[in-house]
Design a protein around this ligand. Structure first.
Ligand SMILES: [Fe+2]
Length: 275
């Protein structure tokens, strides 16, 4: 499935106008894939969304067993507080909210902020292990924290882009940065990547599922029988065991790729082929 940013963007304004942040847990435009019969999932084990905050909005603290991430697309001036750490959300920054970590969001800027979210809620629900604990809207102390220790939860986009710049192409032809902690996947159930597409990639299929956010550039992907012509901030899915290849048009493109690869790796179910 392919969602175009140009189709999504008008809904950010509409959501901001029609939904007060005080009335909801999160103001998020969920990318619900019609292939899943009305279930609010984006692909088999993953859910993705764009979250919208108006100036001054605070999204109430909460925590849950699902692991989640957010990648800043247009969220300069927004902050995510994770376990008492203040994480900035400059363009390209990644913020992790590991299972059962308290987290809330605030927009301290003077304009609307939007970022890309992903979580493994469908996998956790399939395992019947979904727990959710609401926080309180009144606790001022939650927001009054510093950024000391935030590197535990935040990958600055600037540093990642710099690392990616010097990386050689991998076996599929794309240069790929893997966000890691202790040498492994960034969280025990989520594995995240930033790929630079310069030349057409070789076809790949794997047992895991992927949600791809176009960070920069434009191009096309062949995913199974589908052709997706994408541009900046579009999102598309690569379902498990489906051949996929990517091609940039003009300048190189960057894809941020959220996967459940770590689950398959840990369960010894990881299979991958490149043609
Ligand atoms: Fe959350």
């Amino acid at each position: 499935m392919h969602w175009r940013w140009r189709d999504i963007e008008p809904f950010t304004g509409r959501a901001a106008k029609e939904v007060a942040i005080e009335d909801v847990e999160r103001r998020a435009l969920i990318l619900a894939n019609p292939a899943f019969d009305g279930e609010t999932v984006t692909t088999q084990n993953l859910i993705a969304a764009f979250t919208v905050l108006e100036p001054g909005d605070r999204a109430v603290p909460h925590r849950h067993t699902a692991a989640a991430i957010r990648f800043s697309t247009r969220a300069d001036g927004a902050l995510t507080i994770v376990n008492g750490r203040r994480c900035e959300m400059k363009e390209g920054d990644l913020v992790l909210t590991p299972p059962m970590c308290w987290h809330g969001h605030i927009n301290e800027s003077g304009r609307r902020t939007v970022w890309f979210d992903a979580a493994n809620m469908p996998a956790i629900c399939a395992l019947d292990a979904s727990f959710f604990e609401p926080g309180t809207r009144q606790d001022e102390r939650f927001w009054e924290v510093s950024d000391a220790g935030s590197s535990e939860y935040r990958f600055p986009g600037e540093a990642v882009r710099k690392d990616l710049q010097s990386m050689p192409a991998g076996p599929d032809g794309a240069a790929t940065f893997r966000y890691t902690r202790n040498g492994g996947s960034v969280m025990p159930t989520l594995d995240l990547f930033l790929s630079r597409i310069e030349r057409p990639t070789r076809r790949r299929r794997a047992t895991y599922n992927a949600v791809c956010l176009v960070v920069s550039g434009e191009g096309r992907s062949q995913v199974g029988e589908q052709h997706f012509e994408w541009s900046r901030h579009d999102v598309f899915t690569v379902p498990h065991w489906t051949w996929a290849s990517h091609e940039a048009r003009g300048a190189p493109a960057q894809l941020f790729i959220v996967t459940d690869r770590a689950i398959y790796e840990r369960l010894e179910l990881l299979r991958e082929e490149i043609q």
